[in-house]
Design a protein around this ligand. Structure first.
Ligand code: COA
Length: 176
């Protein structure tokens, strides 16, 4: 039976489902260059349920999830996007902090739908541009954003699990 899905704001009890999508997507996308051990440790650190619940509650952060029904009773999360202000940036600069789709659903248009929902939310809130960080080694992610109007605006280095990792900053204008 074909799957149906709805994109909706995340609820308090979605935190575990969001973390499950992140874990599967991080392993599929990042194991090659971060290694599975680092991926597990970063998921524990960056996707702690309390911090996700805080982000879901926060008035200036927005999390949207893809809720997929199998046509019967079961509902599963298969993707999420997290947007908000760019910390310490100009008031018109928004941030797309996270965009992840379960690898079983890659290539079905869900990532594009989530990105557009996040961008539309930022635009409605008065942001003019959106910026995000993507691992330099994540070529598929960069290609995805390039195909959606993003260009590289800088680089940075972040220490993750004891190793320095290169990140690209990518940004795009928001349709007002
Ligand atoms: C990047 C990501 C969010 C895209 O989500 P998605 O649902 O696969 O996106 P879409 O289906 O809307 O578009 C997929 C794009 O990848 C291409 N694609 C097609 N099949 C694909 C597949 N099996 N796997 C990956 N990409 C595929 C498509 O051609 C499309 O690009 P194009 O329309 O510009 O040609 C998803 O791959 C993901 O979660 N990746 C891991 C995490 C990540 O890199 N996040 C972004 C950086 S933080």
């Amino acid at each position: 039976m074909p799957s149906r899905h709805v994109v909706r704001p995340a609820k308090h009890d979605d935190a575990a489902g969001i973390r499950a999508v992140a874990r599967a997507s991080w392993h599929a996308a990042y194991d090659d260059f971060l290694g599975p051990g680092t991926v597990e440790r970063m998921i524990e650190r960056w996707y702690a349920l309390e911090s996700l619940e805080r982000a879901i509650r926060s008035p200036d952060q927005h999390l949207f999830v893809v809720d997929t029904s199998d046509g019967c009773q079961e509902r599963l999360l298969t993707g999420f996007v997290h947007v908000g202000p760019w910390p310490d940036g100009p008031a018109t600069l928004g941030k797309c902090s996270r965009l992840y789709v379960h690898p079983g659903q890659w290539g079905e248009g869900i990532g594009t739908e989530l990105l557009e929902r996040g961008q539309a939310t930022l635009a409605q809130e008065g942001y003019h541009r959106v910026r995000l960080e993507v691992f330099e080694a994540n070529e598929r992610g960069q290609q995805f954003y390039r195909g959606r109007g993003y260009t590289v605006s800088g680089t940075e280095t972040e220490r993750l699990d004891g190793t320095n990792r290169r990140l690209l900053l990518m940004e795009a204008p928001l349709r007002q």
